[in-house]
Design a protein around this ligand. Structure first.
Ligand code: AMP
Ligand code: ZN
Length: 115
């Protein structure tokens, strides 16, 4: 996708603080962190959201999850725990239409939803 921010990051055309990379996935720090550790995990391939990815390529969806777990371990989050979020669609406030997992941790994260 030519007009996709995360495709541009995946291609190296826009800089990002990359923390982990596999053949199929990339992990980089969120530019506006919501927790002490806030990393985004994307597949290099463009899918707009989780259902599109899961339907088209379930193994790749699994690789995104495996990378999220690897990142959490590398960031030292395993002992105290962390949260993985896929915002999907309008009600979730998804801003970037290239599927991404948020990996959040490093401090107590509070309730699941802001009220
Ligand atoms: P979402 O609302 O789930 O679509 O999340 C998009 C996330 O991308 C937000 O947390 C933004 O802070 C983050 N973001 C936007 N632009 C960049 C960028 N250039 N580098 C890293 N993270 C970004
Ligand atoms: Zn994209």
């Amino acid at each position: 996708m030519t007009d996709c921010l995360f495709c541009k990051i995946a291609a190296g055309d826009i800089p990002a603080q990359v923390v982990h990379r596999t053949d199929t996935t990339l992990a980089f720090r969120d530019i506006n962190p919501a927790a002490p550790v806030h990393v985004l995990v994307i597949p290099f391939a463009h899918y707009p959201d989780l259902p599109a990815l899961a339907q088209a390529d379930a193994p790749l969806a699994g690789q995104v999850l495996a990378t999220a777990a690897e990142v959490a371990k590398a960031e030292g989050l395993t002992a105290e725990g962390y949260r993985v979020i896929f915002n999907t669609g309008r009600h979730a406030g998804q801003e970037v239409r290239h599927v991404h997992a948020h990996v959040l941790g490093g401090a107590p994260l509070g309730p699941l939803l802001a009220r």
